[in-house]
Design a protein around this ligand. Structure first.
Ligand SMILES: Nc1ncnc2c1ncn2[C@@H]1O[C@H](COP(=O)(O)OP(=O)(O)OP(=O)(O)O)[C@@H](O)[C@H]1O
Length: 314
């Protein structure tokens, strides 16, 4: 668990972070979003003490971060950044093994761990172990960056725009992979991004910052449904907010029991989102869908009225 209590960072004549309080539960992914220069990266770097905070308290599992020595911080916190920070003259394998080597793990254990991580991140040893960073694509380099951050099996992962420099398709692939990875590893992650769709997709907790302060935090759906002001609403997509909410809401939340009178031939899966259901309605010119389970068995129905949340029953 990461806790920030009234944390402030002042640089010479500027307050970059201004008294923020935040709690990220163990196993939670917290996304920090906000306009450029609002203090997201500074917040992240205060957690692993790349930047020392000026005032307030930062705790990891209840202990002040100031009391951790460098070794402990390395072991407990992984850090992945947009530019990857890979050493250009080191092979992929050597880059990934950096932190375990610094922690003086035995050679064989480092080698074993590197192999395990390359496997986990979809980088076959035979193909990638001896390559150098300049021989990798942007997406491959990002994977190496994430593998390196995970090397010492830290419980906390700090990610600063880790997919920022990638084309949209590679980016989406890595987002999906990160979600799958997180479902297996349950790390406590703080993730900085400029991309609201990325934040909405990945975050358990979404934190909107402006000028060094937290303006609102909550689950993505809480923020989409009740933004505190126009700034948060526009950060969340303005007019498109409704569609983003639909993309996060499962059909099962709005469907009604099957009525015997009419079963629509147009179908949608129970686990689909309302956004996907809307797409089916559009495509098939249907205002009513049969909701089916994994075995294609009808389990309910969804009307356009229900989908948009108008009226409880019709
Ligand atoms: N080392 C530093 N010395 C002085 N000022 C700094 C330093 N690092 C950051 N700042 C200032 O602190 C403020 C917050 O910067 P920070 O990098 O945390 O913002 P950010 O939200 O991550 O921005 P971006 O989205 O553009 O990366 C900025 O005004 C920046 O100029």
């Amino acid at each position: 668990m990461i806790e920030l209590f009234e944390v402030t960072k002042r640089f010479a004549n500027e307050t970059a972070v201004d008294g923020i309080s935040l709690r990220v539960e163990t196993g939670e992914l917290c996304a920090l979003v906000g306009t450029s220069g609002c203090g997201k990266s500074t917040t992240l770097r205060m957690i692993n003490r790349l930047i020392e905070h000026t005032a307030g308290e930062i705790h990891l599992d209840g202990h002040p971060v100031r009391t951790f020595n460098e070794q402990e911080l390395r072991r407990r916190i992984g850090y992945a950044i947009q530019s990857t920070g890979l050493f250009p003259h080191w092979s992929v394998a050597r880059n990934i093994g950096l932190v375990p080597r610094l922690l003086k793990w035995p050679k064989a254990r480092v080698a074993e761990r590197v192999e395990e991580l390359m496997d986990l991140l979809g980088l076959p040893m035979a193909q990638f172990a001896d390559k150098y960073p300049h021989q990798l694509s942007g997406g491959q380099a990002q994977r190496v960056g994430v593998a390196r951050a995970l090397a010492a099996d830290p419980d906390i992962l700090l990610m600063d725009e880790p997919f920022g420099a990638l084309d949209p398709i590679t980016r989406e692939t890595l987002q999906v992979e990160l979600r799958a990875l997180q479902a297996r590893l349950h790390k406590t992650i703080v993730f900085v991004t400029h991309d609201m769709d990325e934040a909405l997709l990945l975050a358990d907790r979404l934190v909107v910052m402006r000028a060094g302060r937290i303006i609102q935090q909550g689950t993505p759906l809480e923020l989409l449904r009740s933004p505190v002001d126009d700034f948060v609403a526009s950060m969340l997509g303005g007019e498109n907010r409704g569609l983003k909410e639909a993309a996060l809401t499962p059909v099962s939340e709005r469907m009604l029991p099957l009525s015997p009178r009419l079963i629509s031939r147009s179908r949608v899966g129970r686990d689909a989102t309302l956004h996907q259901a809307l797409a089916v309605m559009f495509r098939e010119h249907a205002d009513r869908l049969t909701v089916v389970d994994d075995d294609e068995m009808p389990v309910g129905e969804l009307s356009l009225r229900r989908l948009v949340g108008a009226g409880r029953e019709e």
